[in-house]
Design a protein around this ligand. Structure first.
Ligand code: K1U
Ligand code: ZN
Length: 173
């Protein structure tokens, strides 16, 4: 397993629609392992392949937060939202590609998602709470969408400028 570098916004790869997974290869298994290691190390609760520069429809997540509860690392390929609740929920979201910036985003409170697992089988599950927010945030990444795209243009612009400054400082260091 190896940690991968997480891209920081703005980056054209974070605005690009990722390609479906067509074959489960060892390379893809290694990518999933590396992404889980990168996510836990960050720390984060989710990570999508485009965030590490791989334009494939693959995401990892683990929203178990309770101390003493077993972790639940999940790998979802070609995920599709098949049902959304009418009820909406607002959660203060963050993003590993937009460090230290948080904002309220409203999304469906519950979603049903279908995906291809690393076992080659098709899976389906209903998510609620933080899991529902996280899986929608990660699927957005696969479609080239960031949580700041839900904010008012001025707020989005302010965050983007902060990230440009951060990237300039990192490049100089
Ligand atoms: O996609 C990402 O950039 C990961 C992101 C996922 C996410 C967070 C909040 C709402 C929706 C989706 C993160 O994991 S940001 C870090 C974070 O939220 C966190 C970090 C440590 C403990 C708990 C949460
Ligand atoms: Zn994110």
């Amino acid at each position: 397993m190896a940690k991968r570098t997480i891209l920081i916004h703005p980056d054209p790869r974070l605005k690009t629609v990722a390609e479906p997974v067509t074959e489960i290869t060892d390379q893809l298994r290694t990518l999933a392992d590396d992404m889980l290691e990168t996510m836990y190390d960050a720390p984060g609760i989710g990570l999508a392949a485009p965030q590490v520069g791989v334009m494939k429809r693959l995401l990892v997540m683990d929203c178990v937060k309770e101390e003493g509860e077993d972790p639940r690392p999940m790998v979802l390929m070609n995920p599709e939202v098949t049902w959304t609740s009418d009820e909406m929920a607002t959660y203060e979201e963050g993003c590993l590609s937009i460090p230290d910036q948080y904002a309220d985003v409203e999304r469906p409170a519950e979603v049903e998602v279908g995906w291809l697992g690393l076992d080659g089988a098709q899976h389906s599950e209903r998510f609620d709470g933080l899991w529902a927010t996280c899986v929608q945030h990660e699927i957005d990444h696969l479609d080239g969408k960031l949580f700041i795209d839900y904010l008012k243009p001025l707020k989005r612009q302010m965050i983007t400028r902060k990230m440009q400054k951060l990237k300039r400082e990192k490049a100089r260091a």
